[in-house]
Design a protein around this ligand. Structure first.
Ligand code: PLP
Length: 423
């Protein structure tokens, strides 16, 4: 009997014993095609020789040094490489161990920025109903997933949630996509005015919504209008690219395709590609300067900040993504996969929507294609689909939004960028 307290203790998961390109192999030697990168993590597959070699070399030099004493070459290089490609005014990087830590850091940095700027009343966070920003208490408070939040509700700070940009269900039949995008974004302005602009600190959003919705991109113009509103009221715009960043949508950062830059951005998952646990928070020069010239320190910190091994792995991942053309491959293979899914399932009576960008694709499953009525959540269709796929040797990432009243069952596909046509 396993002594690990598994995430679903009533169901012990399969044992993974090795990895081979786009496949994971269990202890009985059965192969599973990783159609979802775990949770959109394994963008390079499971046996990337370049990343493994970079990790070996770093291990021979230095595994760890506490950032209270030292910085390190791999951490400095990673920060430079990320900033060289980051959107807008993003200018500094804070290296953490994963997505939730990156989001906690983003929220705390925003708060300290306003204190040091002399606007201490600003502390309220507005986010969206259909969102996931992590499991730690601050990130959980920010996310809109009611089911995950419910047991911890008394421990969460108050946040405010507006509707997501979700064209499939929320655009009215007589509305143009453009008009819908503006209407959805303008909900932010109404909420800011309701709360009092001087009390609002930040608006947080995933540019392409991942786990809670199944790869839902914002419609064109939505994020531009969001940016305008944040600027107008002096509110920080935080993008959570933990899942949709690092080439997943066919550009290095998802927001590149919307032509909108945030003040703060979180990344993780594809940054370490599963080879090391690592995340990062990027912030604008203005924010960094305000804190540097204000308190002079950021009241935050973790033991594994700027971990040299993790940074070395991430540098190698970034090299593969950019210099070996894998971001472009995410776009190319994503277009192919989407076209193949549309051909196969475009008219399927229970597939309501096929959406996404790059190798980040969602299928929404409905009882009735015409009315968009979801299946009864009690049937737990998403769990059945996961099991059927596993039995056939395929990993998919299923979800269900019915409990939030947002959507029905969906499947997220996020295979490694090295996936081939046959696979
Ligand atoms: N933000 C988003 C958009 C995510 O999808 C996730 C994880 O799924 C997180 C934050 C939290 O990241 P982690 O699980 O690495 O803490």
């Amino acid at each position: 009997m396993s002594k690990i307290f598994h995430r679903t203790p009533i169901q012990i998961p399969l044992h993974a014993s090795s990895g081979d390109g786009a496949y994971l192999i269990d202890q009985d030697g059965k192969y599973y095609l990783d159609g979802c990168g775990g949770a959109a993590v394994s963008c390079l597959g499971h046996s990337d020789q370049f990343v493994k070699q970079a990790m070996r070399e770093q291990l021979d030099k230095l595994a760890y040094a506490h950032t209270g004493f030292f910085t390190s070459a791999p951490a400095e290089t990673l920060a430079e490489n990320l900033i060289a490609r980051a959107p807008g005014e993003l200018d500094k990087v804070y290296l953490v161990s994963g997505g939730s830590e990156a989001m906690e850091t983003a929220l705390k940095l925003a708060r300290q920025y306003f204190i040091d700027k002399g606007e201490p009343k600003r502390h309220k966070v507005i986010a969206r109903q259909q969102s996931y920003h992590g499991n730690t208490l601050g990130a959980l408070a920010t996310g809109g997933n009611k089911w995950r939040r419910a047991p911890y509700a008394p421990m969460l700070f108050e946040t405010f949630h507006i509707a997501p940009c979700y064209e499939y269900r929320h655009r009215a039949p007589n509305e143009s996509t453009e008009y819908y995008g503006k209407r959805a974004a303008n909900e932010l302005e109404s909420e800011i005015l309701r709360l009092g602009p001087e009390s609002v600190m930040a608006f947080v959003a995933e540019p392409v919504v991942g786990a809670t919705a199944g790869a839902v991109p914002a419609v064109e113009g939505y994020l531009k209008r969001i940016r305008e509103i944040c600027d107008q009221y002096g509110i920080l715009l935080i993008f959570d690219e933990v899942m949709c960043g690092m080439g997943r949508t066919g550009s290095l950062f998802a927001c590149d395709q919307d032509g909108v830059a945030p003040d703060i951005m979180s990344i993780a998952k594809g940054l370490g590609a599963g080879y090391q646990p690592i995340g990062a928070m990027l912030c604008s020069r203005n924010i960094a300067d305000t804190i540097t010239e204000g308190a002079g320190y950021f009241k935050n910190g973790h033991t594994y900040l700027g971990h040299p091994m993790a940074a070395a792995a991430a540098n190698a991942v970034l090299h593969r993504l950019i210099h070996d053309g894998l971001v472009g491959r995410s776009k190319e293979m994503g277009d192919k996969l989407k076209a193949a899914l549309e051909e196969r399932f475009g008219e399927h009576p229970h597939i309501g929507d096929i959406r996404g960008r790059g190798l980040f694709i969602g299928l929404e499953i409905v009882e009735d294609r015409e009315t968009k009525e979801p299946f009864d959540p009690a049937r737990q269709l998403y769990a059945q689909l996961k099991q059927v796929a596993l039995d056939k040797g395929l990993m998919i990432y299923p979800g269900n939004g019915t409990k939030d009243g947002m959507s029905g069952d969906h499947i997220l596909l996020a295979p490694p960028f090295i996936i081939t046509d046959d696979q």
